[in-house]
Structure formats: C-alpha cells, structure tokens
Design a binder for this molecule. Structure first.
Ligand SMILES: *[C@@H]1O[C@H](CO)[C@@H](O)[C@H](O)[C@H]1NC(C)=O
Ligand SMILES: *[C@@H]1O[C@H](CO)[C@@H](O)[C@H](O)[C@H]1NC(C)=O
Ligand SMILES: *[C@@H]1O[C@H](CO)[C@@H](O)[C@H](O)[C@H]1NC(C)=O
Ligand SMILES: *[C@@H]1O[C@H](CO)[C@@H](O)[C@H](O)[C@H]1NC(C)=O
Ligand SMILES: *[C@@H]1O[C@H](CO)[C@@H](O)[C@H](O)[C@H]1NC(C)=O
Length: 507
C-alpha cells in the first residue's frame, strides 16, 4: 500500500521506532583528548600509566576498535563538529597557526548549531583551533552558548600563553580575555569547569558538553610537558623525564574524567547521557609536539597517515547502550559522530549537506553492519592514504621521518606490557614502503603494524584504491590555508591573541 508519499517518511518512521527517545533527549558529552598515544590507555593494554576512570567508562561502554581520525588537530576537530571530511572543508593541510587568517568555512553547520534547534544548551570547554581571526569564527559565534578555554593550538598549562617570539595569552571566557586563571593547571581548570556546568545545568533542557581537553598535548618551551608536582611525584619510578611528565599529564586527565563521571551521577544526568571519548589523532612519539606518547606497536605517529597517526583511542559510554561491555570492530571515522548523535537523539539530518560521516547508531546499538566500507584518511601534498575493507593504500610520504615504529628505538612502555594489537609476521621479501614507491598496499586486518607492502601481489586492488583516492582528491575543496599575518601578534594587542581582523578586535 502506498500510504507514504516518500521513502524519507518511511525511513523516518523506522528510525523513530529504533531509537526510542521517549521523554527528554539524551545529554551529549564529548571528551576529546589531545595527542593521546594509542597504547597509553589501560583499555588498550597500557600498563605503565594507570587510567582507571577512563578504563572503567570504556569497559562499561563500547570500545571502538576500528576507529579513525585525521592525523592532526584542526582537521580532526573540524570533522567531529561538522560530520564532513577535512578535504571537503579545505582543512586537509596542516593546522591553523595562531596568526594565520583562515578557519572552518562559515557556510558549514556545526554540531551545537544542529543541537540548538532541538533545545540543547551547548558548551565548549578547552581547545577550539577552528579559526579566530575574526569573531564570527570563534566558538560562541558558532553555536556554543559558552566557552572557557583557548582558541589556538597550544598554550602553557599554567600561564595559558603561547610563548615564543610572538607569543601572548590565549585564554577566553566567551569573548572576554580571561587573565585571572594564570597559575591554574589547564586540565584541572577544564575538568572543574565541566563539573560546574553539569552541576548548574537547568535540566529542563538537554545538554551538549564538548570538553576538548588540553591534555596531553605539549605546552610552551622551555618546559613543554608540565604537570602539578603531586602528579609528577606519582611517577618517580619512570626514569625518563619526558615520559614521566607525560604520565603525570595523562594521570590528571584521568582524574578529571573521574570527577566528570561523578558529577554526571550526582546531578542525576548520567542515566540519560551519551558520553563519547576520542583522541584527536595519534600520539606524537616522534617529530614535532613530541610528548613521549606511545602508539606501539603501530607504525608512525601523529602527522602521518600510518596507523599510529590515525587509529584513535575511542569509546562510547551510556546507560542507554544495549550492548555495554563490548568491543565494536566496525569501521568508523570521527566524522560519523555527528550523524550518529543526530540519529541517537531521534532526529534526521538535512538532505542538502554532503556529509562524509555516516550514522553508526544501528551498528553501535544492534551490531548492524557498518554503513562505512572505506575511510579516506587524507590526500595532501602528494601523500595520502585510503582504507577500504581490510586493505589500506598508502601514498608515502611527504617526509622521510616518522615512518618507523615508535618507541621501539627508545622504549618507554612498561616492562610487562602486552600488546593490545597483535602484529603479524614481517615478511622480509616484501618491501616496507617509502616515498620511492608510487603507492603501497597493506592488509590491516592481518598486518595492523603495516610491515608488509603487498602492492605487487594485488596490483588491481592497489590501482583501484589509488584511483578512488585521486577522485576524492580531485573533488576536494582546495586548502584554505593562508600565511601568517604579523598584524595578529599579541605585542600589538595588549599582550594577548585576538580577533585581529575585526573592525574592533577584543583589546
Ligand atoms: C562551503 O563552500 C565551499 C566553497 O567555498 C564548498 O566547497 C563547501 O562544500 C560548502 N559547504 C557546504 C556545506 O555546502
Ligand atoms: C558566558 O556565556 C554564558 C552563556 O551566555 C553565561 O552564562 C556566562 O556567564 C558567560 N561567562 C562570562 C564570563 O561572561
Ligand atoms: C602569569 O603570572 C606570572 C607570575 O606572576 C607572570 O610572570 C606572567 O607574566 C603571567 N602571565 C600572563 C600571560 O599573564
Ligand atoms: C577533581 O575534583 C576535586 C574536587 O572538586 C578538585 O579539587 C580537583 O582539582 C579535580 N581534579 C581534576 C583533575 O580535575
Ligand atoms: C612472503 O612474501 C612472498 C611474496 O613476495 C610469498 O611468496 C611468501 O609466501 C611470503 N612468506 C610468508 C612466510 O608469508
């Protein structure tokens, strides 16, 4: 019977049955860690740095085992908040440097903007990094009711200034420069702010809380890795100074998540909350922003398309889950969160936006097959990668560093650590993949550590994936990057960063 004029209505009906959103819509809490090593969390086998609060949530939720992010910060945050691919956004190339006048396009709609339509209160705490050269690019102009945190890439954990020759304070409370937090440790500040927002939330409305932690990103020179002394003291047994500092920083992050969970329970919001935990990219075990994170035994690290750069630590936790305590092996990309959240709250996406993200709610709730068969990792500057089924094609690499396995060269991990990832055999007759190769092919299911380049054994598949990658690259929005503008420097603006290209920048 043709009762329904369109397939859309039918789909809408099916969805509304599936999600059972009787009563008020669930609260959404997204915790993003910055530069977290894949193997450093206990739920991935890390045994050197205890992460009991994170592990508890992960193990009582669904661990996402086949989950990918871009290799660096800005693209990752952009994909999370728009459901679009960084290459569709022109944000596939590097990150937004503090004095660089570009940002996430104003024609894009962000998660908090969608959720406001459904009555949500929306808050961001912590790092933004999606543009700030004019006020319209900053968080409280892009759907967030409030912001406490920083606009740029990195700041000192205590003074919240960016340091260097052209540095200055980068700390904001909505559109006001916030000087009074000098001396307070970033991770505690953000964790405590999140707790305050939860405890003072008017529960007649659902809440979106995006807690984009500073931890465990490197801060400002000369001491990049800072933590409160009591936390450093916990890790005296780690001899390597940098690794000890990293351990302390991660431990604060874990405690703050303990506080967050306790606040959700105390406020009564927990029962109707969906909590998402994700890193923005792999740990920078080698190269810039180095924080002595470990992705071992995965290959590469932050700022590479190797698994160590893009395979993220992530889970979802909620009393609303039907299969808590499980691990999902479905292929997932960070851009999937937006469609997944919209589905979980019983709403539908607009049809006129070309989302790269897909709705993973049916696979999370009912273990239905993932709507995702491939993940376009990136293509930029002649280097890139695409995952398709079990296989991954890599066009290697803009640089010759960071292509190894870390920290094999300098072992930071605990002596008894058992790898969560089991590498297959290394076949010495198969080349390892360098920039001299047109492309390389890996079977990630059997060779997650990217030892064996099987492009010569499966030339047809390799060529097909290469063509897919090139087609996506041809359709990409060109990089929006702009060179640094010295007019941005804090020396010209009362010692702080600002929306310097506005007619009346915050002074
Ligand atoms: C926004 O505009 C850019 C071109 O400037 C385009 O590539 C992009 O797809 C647009 N975004 C949306 C959501 O339409
Ligand atoms: C930031 O904005 C929120 C929402 O309007 C408001 O409740 C809060 O008081 C503001 N904070 C400051 C410091 O102005
Ligand atoms: C923070 O406080 C310290 C010590 O009082 C001071 O030297 C520093 O300039 C302050 N930093 C900022 C960004 O205000
Ligand atoms: C946890 O909560 C306590 C009590 O409010 C607070 O003093 C502490 O700073 C919080 N810890 C973190 C890491 O946020
Ligand atoms: C190693 O790769 C070669 C193809 O180059 C293959 O013939 C051989 O069986 C492989 N060895 C193992 C142990 O898998």
């Amino acid at each position: 019977m043709i009762l329904f004029g369109s397939l859309n209505i039918l789909i809408w009906l099916l969805l509304s049955v599936a999600v059972e959103t009787e009563g008020s819509k669930p609260n959404i809490v997204i915790v993003m860690a910055d530069d977290l090593g894949y193997t450093d969390v206990g739920f991935h086998g890390g045994d050197e740095i205890p992460t009991p609060y994170i592990d508890n949530l992960a193990q009582g939720g669904i661990i996402l085992d086949n989950y990918y992010t871009p290799m660096i910060c800005t693209p990752s945050r952009a994909a999370l908040l728009t459901g679009r691919h960084p290459m569709q956004l022109g944000l596939q190339h590097s990150v937004i440097c503090a004095p660089c006048p570009f940002g996430l396009g104003l024609n894009e709609t962000l998660l908090p903007e969608f959720l406001k339509k459904y009555g949500y209160a929306t808050h961001i705490v912590g790092k933004w990094h999606l543009g700030s050269f004019t006020s319209e690019y900053t968080p409280t102009h892009r759907g967030f009711d409030s912001h406490l945190g920083f606009w740029g890439t990195r700041t000192d954990y205590f003074s919240h200034d960016t340091g260097g020759n052209h540095g200055g304070l980068d700390f904001w409370e909505n559109m006001t420069v916030a000087r009074e937090y000098n001396g307070s440790y970033g991770t505690e500040l953000f964790g405590n702010k999140a707790v305050d927002l939860i405890m003072s939330h008017d529960q007649s409305k659902p809440m979106l809380l995006y807690l984009a932690h500073q931890a465990v990103h490197a801060g400002k020179p000369p001491q990049l890795l800072k933590a409160p002394q009591e936390y450093l003291d916990r890790f005296k047994f780690i001899k390597h100074d940098g690794r000890r500092r990293y351990a302390a920083m991660l431990s604060v992050l874990d405690d703050s998540i303990g506080n967050l969970t306790a606040a959700l329970k105390k406020s009564g919001m927990y029962e109707n909350t969906i909590l998402i935990f994700t890193t923005d990219n792999g740990g920078p075990s080698a190269g810039f922003d180095g924080n002595y994170a470990s992705n071992w035994p995965l290959r590469g690290c932050k700022y590479t398309n190797w698994e160590g750069g893009v395979r993220g630590a992530a889970f979802i936790h909620s009393p609303l889950l039907k299969n808590p305590g499980t691990t999902s092996h479905h292929l997932m990309h960070i851009s999937d969160w937006l469609p997944t959240i919209i589905s979980a709250i019983g709403e539908t996406l607009p049809k006129d936006i070309d989302f790269y993200g897909v709705d993973q709610w049916p696979s999370i709730q009912f273990n239905a097959p993932s709507a995702r068969k491939e993940v376009m990792h990136n293509y930029d500057d002649g280097a890139g990668a695409i995952r398709y089924g079990d296989y991954k094609l890599v066009v290697c690499c803009t640089e010759n560093e960071r292509n190894g396995w870390y920290p094999e060269e300098h072992l930071y991990i605990g002596a008894n650590q058992k790898p969560y990832i089991h590498c297959g055999e290394r076949n010495s007759s198969l080349p390892s993949c360098t920039s001299a190769d047109k492309y390389c092919l890996f079977d990630i299911a059997s060779d997650p550590c990217e030892y064996n380049n099987i492009a010569s054994l499966m030339p047809d598949l390799a060529e097909k994936l290469y063509n897919k990658l090139m087609m996506f690259a041809d359709a990409a929005q060109p990089p929006r990057n702009k060179p640094a503008d010295p007019a941005a420097y804090p020396a010209l603006h009362n010692g702080h960063w600002t929306d310097w290209l506005d007619k009346h920048p915050v002074f």
